[in-house]
Design a protein around this ligand. Structure first.
Ligand SMILES: C[S@@+](CC[C@H](N)C(=O)[O-])C[C@H]1O[C@@H](n2cnc3c(N)ncnc32)[C@H](O)[C@@H]1O
Length: 275
């Protein structure tokens, strides 16, 4: 899994980051590069490397510079069209894979690069996966990732989960799994965010109002009440600062077995709930 690869801490240009760039242009692995301390780059490679350093200094995420991010052991194309996949989301995917059988029906709400939907489709090749997003840009990137990963069992569809029309194709089905990593960062949390996130990740993927930060959890929870199969489950990535409020909301809506999990860093990050 791509933990070591994900850099979200203000992008200090460490020797490791330089090796990632070198690895990208030379085709050598970061380990091979350790054994080649005097490696000479060609003029073209040196120009790309120097430009990449300037882009990093201008806060551009390394995933955009390389053009991809690793997620659940696979490469996903990344650019300004969608949120760069985060390692904690890999843990949510892992949870789902451990709980559900191969033939289930899955809906991913707010698919972005398609990292959740496509990883589930790869790991559960008999599953029928549908992926929804309001952003045409994100959907075009998710399509490209599906092609690159040779995934045939995902249907991508445009739609607004906050205003879901009963006639929309996703509203006409029932699902064993409804999963979402929706926008959950409150406007008041902006000040604490790194420039590489604020300037390059699409804001439609990140932010909710201070007044109603659980708007997506409420809308998706409501949707789940009528669109989950009898033994189905809802999975969310959540805002760690609103973990109790999110659990309480789901319990008040009638969900049972509301289970909160911490990520590898000990932050309350994921919820599973059933009807
Ligand atoms: C936090 S990103 C998650 C992207 C991806 N699933 C991931 O985990 O990396 C949230 C996604 O929700 C989408 N989104 C925002 N508002 C939406 C809405 N009203 N209906 C459907 N999708 C929405 C955004 O375009 C974005 O792709």
């Amino acid at each position: 899994m791509g933990y070591a690869f994900f850099i979200d801490m203000g992008q200090e240009i460490t020797p490791y980051i330089k090796r990632l760039l070198m690895s990208h242009i030379t085709g050598l692995s970061t380990v091979q590069l350790l054994a080649e301390p005097n490696l000479q780059l060609t003029e073209e490679q040196q120009t790309w490397f120097d430009e990449a350093i300037v882009r990093l200094q201008n806060n551009e995420p390394i995933q955009h510079i390389l053009g991809y991010s690793e997620f659940y052991g696979r490469k996903f194309k990344c650019d300004r069209r969608a949120l760069v996949p985060r390692p904690e989301t890999e843990e949510l995917v892992d949870w789902i894979i451990s709980m559900h059988n191969a033939q289930c029906t899955i809906l991913d709400i707010g698919t972005g690069t398609g990292c959740i939907a496509l990883s589930l489709a790869k790991e559960l090749p008999l599953a029928k996966v549908t992926a929804l997003d309001i952003s045409i840009d994100a959907l075009s990137l998710a399509h490209e990732n599906a092609e690159m990963l040779e995934v045939g069992n995902v249907d991508f569809t445009e739609g607004d989960i906050l205003n879901m029309d009963n006639e929309h194709c996703v509203a006409r089905e029932k699902y064993a799994v409804i999963v979402s990593n929706p926008p959950y960062v409150r406007e008041c949390e902006k000040a604490k965010m790194e420039a590489n996130v604020l300037e390059y990740d699409p804001h439609i993927a990140l932010f909710v109002s201070n007044e109603d930060p659980l708007i997506f959890y409420r809308a998706i929870g409501e949707f789940g009440l009528s669109h989950l199969e009898k033994d189905g489950a809802l999975y969310f990535e959540i805002n760690q600062y609103l973990s109790q409020e999110t659990c309480d909301l789901l319990i008040a809506m009638g969900y049972k077995n509301v289970e909160l999990r911490e990520d590898i860093n000990g932050n309350a990050r994921m919820i599973k709930a059933t009807l």
